[in-house]
Design a protein around this ligand. Sequence first.
Ligand SMILES: *[C@@H]1O[C@H](CO)[C@@H](O)[C@H](O)[C@H]1NC(C)=O
Ligand SMILES: *[C@@H]1O[C@H](CO)[C@@H](O)[C@H](O)[C@H]1NC(C)=O
Ligand SMILES: *[C@@H]1O[C@H](CO)[C@@H](O)[C@H](O)[C@H]1NC(C)=O
Ligand SMILES: *[C@@H]1O[C@H](CO)[C@@H](O)[C@H](O)[C@H]1NC(C)=O
Ligand SMILES: *[C@@H]1O[C@H](CO)[C@@H](O)[C@H](O)[C@H]1NC(C)=O
Ligand SMILES: *[C@@H]1O[C@H](CO)[C@@H](O)[C@H](O)[C@H]1NC(C)=O
Ligand SMILES: *[C@@H]1O[C@H](CO)[C@@H](O)[C@H](O)[C@H]1NC(C)=O
Length: 561
Amino acid sequence: MYRLLVSLLLLFRVECLQLSNCNHTEVTLLRDTELLTTLTLRNCSLSHLENAFFVRFGHLLQMELQYSGLNDLEDFSLNGLARLQSLSLSHNNLSTLRSWSSEPLGALTSLDLSYNAFRRLRSQGFALFPQLQLLDLSSNQISEIDEETFHGLSHLKHLHLNGNLLQRIDGSSFQGLHRLASLSLQHNLIERIELDSFETNTHLRSLRLDQNLLTSLPFLSQRGLARLVHLNLSNNQVKSLEPLGFSKNFELQSLDLSYNKLINLTKEALSGLDSLERLNISHNSVESVHTDSLETLVSLLQIDVSYNQLSTLPETFFNANTQLEEIMFGHNLIGQLPPLALAHQSHLRLIQFTGNALTDVDFLQRLPASLNRLSLHVDLSSNRLRSIDLASLRQFRYLNLADNSFNCGWLIENLVRELPTSVNFARPWSVLNGWNDDFKNIKGVDCTEGDTNRSIILLNAAEVSQYKTSKCECAQTYDEANPSPPPLTWPKIPTDRFDSRSVIIWMLAAIALAFAGLRWLRRFVDRNEGRKGGMKALNNMYVDKGEWQPQRNNNEIHSPP
Ligand SMILES: *[C@@H]1O[C@H](CO)[C@@H](O)[C@H](O)[C@H]1NC(C)=O
Ligand SMILES: *[C@@H]1O[C@H](CO)[C@@H](O)[C@H](O)[C@H]1NC(C)=O
Ligand SMILES: *[C@@H]1O[C@H](CO)[C@@H](O)[C@H](O)[C@H]1NC(C)=O
Ligand SMILES: *[C@@H]1O[C@H](CO)[C@@H](O)[C@H](O)[C@H]1NC(C)=O
Ligand SMILES: *[C@@H]1O[C@H](CO)[C@@H](O)[C@H](O)[C@H]1NC(C)=O
Ligand SMILES: *[C@@H]1O[C@H](CO)[C@@H](O)[C@H](O)[C@H]1NC(C)=O
Ligand SMILES: *[C@@H]1O[C@H](CO)[C@@H](O)[C@H](O)[C@H]1NC(C)=O
């Protein structure tokens, strides 16, 4: 293989060489290596590289030596690579950092040492790579960073230390990295960050600390972090936010606090975040929010407080946040929103309150007139709505009302009217049945009649015709011992009375969600016959419960993007 490549190299004076599955001997036998500017060795067996191994490759600009079981490089293995700009030794087994050269690699700007076995970074370990801008040390086993490890890296912009075993960050760890713009520390075991840790990193724009063990965040108020734009603190153990804790981070645009242990938002917890556009507090245990906790967040565009324990929101909670586009409070315990809660929001594009306990939608009726309803997406699925006034909600781009406890009578009345396709009552059902795979994507609508939970199944008219049985012996009984396709007869409904694409069939299926004792579901609904005159009754349908097992799967409620 390599011979072929080498001949190509000779013929066309190729400047790039890529070898895989090669061995040490093959690499040393390569000819005309002076011409190469790019060398990629992958999956070769090169556990050891001796001094001056690359001396013949003096023109290399880029070198990758990955997945090659490299255990060690001798002290001067990289000698002669004076022009090298980018070096990757990732996915090897290196454990000791040395400079691997007697001269500085003065052109090297990018060094990738990820996925190796480094444990400790020693003082001045990178002194011979003075021009580095990107240093990737992710996915090693680094637990300690000696003082002055990054000494001299005054051009370094991106430092990746994610996926290591760091437990603490102190004042000396990143000292002197004046140009550092992004620092990745996610996925470590960091419990403590000393106050002055980022003091000299005054250009830091992005800091990732997600997936660590932080319990509090006092370091944020330090001078060094004043220019921070993106901060990710997701997946930590933060229980409370100190008052004014973010008061110096006035350039911060996105703050991710999801998956922490917050229980409340106090008045000044978020004070100072004047530029914040995206706030994520989802997956915490927030029970209460102070009326004014968002008061200074005048640039806020998106707020996600899903998966918390909120039971109510103060009426004036969003008053200062007049730019809001997306509000997400799904999976809380909110029973009622103050009618005027969103009365000042004229830029909304998404209102998401799925999985709460809402019983009315007054807050939607009170949206300001200036709001563009045609681009508004509203998700109120899985709440406790019984009946609502749909008239004013029909213009929304999308309104999801699936999985509520609508009154069956009310629901059918509204389903029969030509509802715009933007209003959805249905949730997907996985129906297990032995007789037709296509039936798996069936949709159902939940409703309650008295104390009984019912479901209405929606079928697409186009599909219906495929299942129509030629003979309609509707009264035929179903042989339980010998299951065969249940005798279904599809009703002949004048489709012109319906939305052209979907005809609604209420075959009806009494689905007490528990479902337990019911063996046979046979029920037939046509409440509309009298009213709608032209409609014909549905024929009886028999569905065997053993064959049809609707499975609730709330995650699958589909909504258009
Ligand atoms: C390296 O590979 C070549 C050709 O594939 C083979 O002839 C040679 O024996 C190998 N050398 C070693 C040390 O494995
Ligand atoms: C890597 O090399 C080994 C043998 O040396 C081979 O079995 C494996 O398939 C190679 N993998 C790739 C991705 O080339
Ligand atoms: C990786 O290096 C360590 C020593 O640092 C050695 O014990 C181990 O065997 C090496 N693993 C492989 C796969 O070469
Ligand atoms: C924060 O990190 C988590 C992973 O821990 C990731 O899923 C999330 O998207 C990040 N947040 C932002 C805003 O990038
Ligand atoms: C918020 O939580 C903190 C600590 O978790 C507690 O000390 C404080 O009293 C709480 N404040 C309110 C208003 O509930
Ligand atoms: C908030 O964080 C959660 C968990 O990381 C994530 O699933 C969700 O998409 C985030 N919200 C936004 C609006 O990005
Ligand atoms: C109807 O559904 C609700 C919520 O899903 C449930 O709490 C209630 O027990 C159900 N009622 C019956 C009679 O199954």
